[in-house]
Design a protein around this ligand. Structure first.
Ligand code: PEP
Ligand code: MN
Length: 337
């Protein structure tokens, strides 16, 4: 931590701050400038008491943090890039994994048709919500356990791994029994008790970025998963709320290289929630690949016009197959498979 004293702070006031820094477990190192004194406080900010309380002293102008607040997710702590293994697949390795499927599981025919088609086109993981976080309580809330069972059936029939959202702690065990990857949605990205409960299942976790979440907050939310003893975490950029209204969210592709530099964990991009428009999904996927995304999470429906949720952003199975073809040269150019 760096403590900046106000100009004109007396020698007695400086000694007071020295004593306080010692009391909090740090070693003070002063730099006397022409106009003011700056004190470096040596010690690990993540294991010592916070020095932020120093701002309550009248002679202190500001207190600045030097270290990052996250530890286990950071590259500082773990230089080597982590590969998350899921049902024989690697996320964060050379191959860009594609997770595809409907926004919501609506029924057996809808899910199996989609699963078969996305597997044929090259997806390796099936997505589908059984518990849906809907803005309005009058909208389709998901099939619950019935939806999870259909996902398991689709896995048996296609060999795809399954990712599905966990909405509530009350369903943690149930979702963990059926899912290969537990998705924590944007609306729950800072529901820390849910994160800890999901982490304790030891299942891989995909953590979406919250609607208005800063990257630091997102990394700290991920820290809850790792500090609960689960290191199989992936971050998923899915767009953030801005003033822009041409898209549903603003897909922040710069977050991809930032998180990959800050953290050793894989990054996934969800262009479907990100753009909210099927016509933008292809361009967003190409951009995501160029920006270093390790995987894509794409909504696909046999008949998007009839979808029970997020119809405007879901690709038809034909559009998805076409997209998978179009992505090939972009994946090669990014030196991935
Ligand atoms: C979804 O994947 O369908 C979903 C609800 O995502 P998000 O939490 O990103 O809105
Ligand atoms: Mn959706």
């Amino acid at each position: 931590m760096i403590i900046v004293l106000k100009p004109g702070a007396s020698a007695r006031q400086e000694r007071e701050i020295f004593r306080e820094i010692h009391r909090l477990g740090y070693k003070p190192h002063p730099i006397h400038g022409v106009a003011r004194t700056v004190i470096g406080a040596i010690g690990d900010e993540r294991t010592h008491k916070t020095l932020e309380t120093l701002t309550t002293w009248p002679q202190v102008e500001s207190v600045m943090r030097v270290q990052k607040r996250y530890k286990l997710v950071s590259r500082e702590a773990h230089e080597k890039t982590s590969v998350v293994k899921v049902a024989g697949l690697e996320l964060g390795g050379r191959k860009i994994q594609v997770m595809a499927g409907p926004c919501s599981v609506e029924g057996e025919k809808q899910l199996l048709t989609t699963a078969t088609a996305v597997a044929k086109a090259g997806a390796t993981i099936l997505r589908g919500g059984a518990f849906k976080p809907r803005t309005s309580p009058y909208e389709f809330q998901g099939l619950g356990l019935k939806g999870l069972k259909l996902l398991a059936k689709a896995r048996r029939e296609t060999g795809l791994a399954v990712i599905t959202e966990l909405l509530s702690e009350q369903h943690t065990e149930m979702v963990a029994e059926y899912a290969d990857i537990i998705q924590i949605g944007a609306r729950n990205a800072q529901n820390f008790q849910l994160l800890v409960s999901a982490a304790r299942t030891k299942k891989p976790i995909l953590l979406k970025r919250g609607l208005s979440m800063r990257i630091e907050e997102w990394l700290l939310a991920g820290e809850y998963v790792l500090s609960s003893g689960n290191s199989r975490l992936m971050f998923c950029e899915r767009g953030i709320r801005t003033f822009e209204s041409y898209t549903r969210n603003t897909l922040d592709l710069c977050a991809v290289p930032i998180v990959k530099a800050e953290s050793h964990l894989p990054v996934v991009v969800d262009p479907s929630q990100g753009a909210g428009r099927a016509d933008l999904v292809s361009a967003a996927c190409k951009g995501a690949v160029a920006m270093g995304s390790d995987a894509l999470l794409i909504e696909v429906h046999p008949n998007p016009r009839e979808a029970w949720s997020d119809g405007a952003q879901q690709l038809s199975v034909d559009q998805f197959a076409q997209l998978m073809k179009e992505l090939k040269p972009f994946i090669a150019a990014a030196d991935r498979e």
